[in-house]
Write a protein that binds this ligand. Structure first.
Ligand code: ZN
Ligand code: ZN
Length: 394
């Protein structure tokens, strides 16, 4: 019997890391509230104002329609009709020195998420254990090690991973021998699994592009992060009989070995653009150095004009091909945006190496001045980028 993979569908935007953070921040304040109150939705007004998201349709309780978003992302569940907020929720809502970025969040999430999943109504303790995200990552990493193509299409997730009943618990070598099966998804399985893949594509080493999930790493990153083992080793805990107990156990961070992405193996990569930060900017570095992102960006915007100083680098240096670097405008700790189409290039610009270095210096000065370690919102990040851009003396 093949284990079917379930998720949510149609609310992808709510799974964006920045939105999850705002949701977590809000839910934390509402902890313990009774969800099913007569004629009153205790979540709607608060969530709408914290996140700026509509939580449509208005005629339904937020919990009724968005329960899966909260539960699948490990933020909250209900126990006896009261809102229960998880360790994950508190961690993702944290600010200041305790703040985590998308890589840290997903590296705690990926090894824990498994089927049977306690938030789904068909939860049965005795069902086969499957760690879907670990399985997909093992497949990608095993191919990377063999020097093969490092992407997996949605069709292959079904035919190769689900069809072979992969659990994510097998040794990585297992994944090099998998053959395609005849397994075909039915009903809304396709959409659900697609959204699972897009959700994890927020990890800085993954990208979603044209219906496939790409592992986008350099050999050096692979070595530095010890083969990303912290992402592929399922965190096993005995499943609990009772749904609520299982959910709490799965989303608990205390008394566990945690493997934050950043601290896995070695020190912060040194890079003169980034050494300013008190905290690492690993996510940001991985995004800006991503070979795939670079390719996607310049395929779409082939101009070699710097967004800041408007120098056309191939005109000025006719013997060069393309000197521009990709710069990600959003807060240093945030992921690339995801859309149904794939990795969004909206908040990425091409900068010449001088401008790129100088804009990060501008950031550093600004962050120091306001004694913060990152921009507090997308708008703030955009505003500071714009300030730097308009402060150039041409
Ligand atoms: Zn420039
Ligand atoms: Zn940059």
């Amino acid at each position: 019997m093949v284990t079917k993979w379930h998720w949510d569908q149609g609310r992808l935007n709510y799974f964006q890391f920045e939105n999850l953070k705002a949701i977590a921040h809000c839910l934390q304040k509402l902890e313990g509230v009774v969800i099913n109150q007569k004629d009153f939705d205790p979540l709607r007004a608060e969530l709408e104002s914290y996140t700026g998201l509509p939580f449509a349709p208005k005629s339904y309780r937020v919990w009724r329609n968005y329960k899966r978003v909260f539960e699948c992302s490990f933020l909250a569940t209900t126990i006896n009709s009261q809102l229960y907020v998880t360790d994950f929720c508190k961690k993702i809502a944290a600010s200041g020195a305790k703040k985590i970025d998308v890589d840290e969040f997903l590296s705690l999430f990926i090894p824990r998420f498994r089927f049977p999943f306690a938030a789904f109504t068909d939860y049965k303790k005795s069902d086969n254990l499957v760690y879907p995200f670990c399985a997909v990552l093992k497949y990608l990493i095993s191919n990377f090690q063999l020097g093969k193509q490092t992407n997996i299409s949605l069709e292959d997730v079904f035919s190769v991973i689900i069809g072979n009943n992969c659990t994510g618990l097998e040794p990585i070598e297992h994944y090099t021998k998998l053959k395609a099966t005849k397994y075909k998804p039915d009903g809304d399985e396709t959409r659900q699994v697609r959204e699972m893949m897009i959700f994890i594509s927020q990890l800085s080493i993954l990208k979603w592009y044209k219906g496939a999930l790409y592992l986008d790493i350099s050999a050096k990153d692979f070595e530095d992060y010890n083969g990303f083992q912290h992402l592929t080793n399922p965190m096993y805990k005995e499943p609990k009989q009772i749904r609520e107990e299982e959910y709490l156990s799965m989303t608990s961070l205390t008394g566990q070995i945690v493997y934050p992405f950043k601290l896995q193996s070695r020190e912060i990569p040194t890079d003169d653009i980034f050494i300013e930060g008190k905290r690492t900017r690993v996510t940001h570095i991985k995004i800006e150095r991503s070979p795939l992102l670079r390719r996607l960006f310049f395929d779409k915007y082939p101009d070699t004009v710097c967004d800041m100083c408007v120098c056309d680098t191939t005109q000025r240096y006719p013997w060069t091909d393309n000197l521009l670097e990709v710069h990600h405008i959003l807060p240093l700790s945030s992921s690339l945006s995801i859309t149904g189409e794939g990795t969004s290039l909206n908040d990425v610009v091409g900068l010449c190496p001088n401008c790129h270095k100088s804009v990060h210096t501008y950031y550093k000065n600004w962050l120091n001045k306001y004694k913060v370690d990152d921009f507090r919102s997308r708008n703030e990040a955009k505003e500071i980028y714009y300030q730097a851009k308009t402060s150039i003396v041409l």
